[in-house]
Design a protein around this ligand. Structure first.
Ligand code: ADP
Ligand code: MG
Length: 365
């Protein structure tokens, strides 16, 4: 009893001044007791769907304290945007997350973000180090300086020097490389990529906010990829960068016959510049390119399951979509098991509970 009171005191002190519900408080206390963080500080960001807090870990040996970031998904569902479409079709959630069970669904976002971060981090793309998660709370490495200031979003980055134009160009090329690596190696599409979900520091781009990222086999993966490409292109064009056509970028990211990865990647991108048709100079040529871009953006790109299903239907077969769903899921889970040997993928959301029980076994640090 005594120790319970002390624990509660500790939690209150460590999370002082934060307006948190009891469940969140208790999870943070558990994170503290397990040595993931020592103190939780003020909000770095408050959003519609999540708040991000700064935190500090004082290691037991008198090493330098390290900064962490804690993302707390809001369990009050109000204003939660249409996330259903990201999870529907994700084989990792084939059991579905009942529409009626908002809390479970929100917990699924923290889990998804943790897993996606793991894949991205393990494959050498700059991003926060995934540390642990529990329910709707995710702990990750902090991207910022020692004083606790987070790196700016690309949107707010100020590039300095006498070659700013060149710097923007190389950031663009770098980002295309990251997108290709994300797709080819991590087998993910970010699905909310923009200047708001990239942090900038010292010529480096850090990818964040990956809870909605989907596997490249997700039925809508290519549609999301096109969206990402458009956002990235629009932003860099506004910075004065001579960007490649969306279609060219799309082919570059998805082409499997070309195994190009770093360090030749940026050279491959520069080759795309060289090989493109002569620069459109007349208004008509520019307009034609715009039309081509628009057509590309609106094209329907079918994906595995739907492809198979619709082909069969066209052939007049009566197909039970359920069967295909299982075939696809099994196939994918197989691949998954190989690439994710460390962390078995729970087949349904119910198994998440079991995994959570082993919080301390989560590897990360
Ligand atoms: P949201 O769903 O609210 O957009 P994000 O993951 O994009 O959540 O995080 C919101 C903001 O919090 C980011 O724009 C960034 O400024 C900050 N942030 C998020 N993660 C980190 C981190 N690991 N280190 C430092 N700042 C972070
Ligand atoms: Mg964001």
């Amino acid at each position: 009893k005594q120790s319970q009171v002390r624990e509660k005191d500790k939690a209150d002190r460590a999370t002082a001044e934060l307006v948190l519900d009891n469940r969140t408080r208790m999870i943070l206390l558990q994170m503290i007791n397990r040595g993931f963080v020592s103190e939780v500080h003020g909000a770095i960001s408050t959003g519609k769907e999540a708040n991000v807090y700064g935190a500090v870990l004082y290691p037991e040996n008198a090493d330098e304290p390290t900064q962490k970031a804690i993302k707390v998904y809001k369990t009050a569902i109000l204003g939660f945007k249409d996330r259903e479409r990201y999870i529907t079709g994700d084989h990792r959630f084939k059991g579905g997350v009942g529409k009626g069970n908002n809390r479970k669904m929100i917990e699924a976002w923290a889990q998804k973000e943790f897993r996606n971060l793991n894949r991205i981090y393990d494959n050498g793309i700059p991003c926060p180090e995934p540390i642990t998660y529990k329910k709707h709370v995710l702990v990750m490495g902090f991207l910022g300086d020692k004083r606790g200031y987070a790196y700016p979003r690309l949107r707010d980055a100020r590039l300095v020097g006498d070659n700013v134009e060149e710097q923007w160009h190389s950031l663009y090329v770098k980002l295309l490389g990251i997108m290709r690596r994300l797709y080819q190696v991590c087998e993910l599409v970010h699905a909310d990529l923009s200047e708001y979900n990239i942090l900038y520091h010292d010529k480096e781009l850090y990818i964040i906010d990956v809870s909605q990222s989907v596997g490249h086999d997700h039925p809508r993966a290519l549609e999301f990829l096109r969206m990402d490409i458009k956002n990235v292109g629009d932003y860099f064009r506004r910075q004065g960068v001579d960007t490649l056509q969306d279609r060219t970028v799309f082919n570059f990211i998805t082409a499997t016959e070309d195994p190009t990865m770093e360090p030749q990647m940026s050279e491959a991108i520069e080759r795309l510049y060289k090989s493109r048709p002569a620069v459109a100079e007349t208004d008509e040529a520019i307009a034609a390119l715009e039309v081509d871009n628009e057509v590309f953006r609106n094209q329907y790109i079918p994906r595995t399951l739907d492809q198979v299903y619709e082909l069969e239907q066209d052939a007049g077969e009566h197909v039970d979509k359920q069967i295909y769903q299982h075939m696809l899921a099994d196939h994918v889970v197989d691949n998954q098991a190989r690439s994710d040997a460390k962390a078995p993928v729970p087949a349904t959301i119910d198994h998440v509970e079991d995994k959570d029980a082993n919080l301390s076994n989560e590897d990360g640090t």
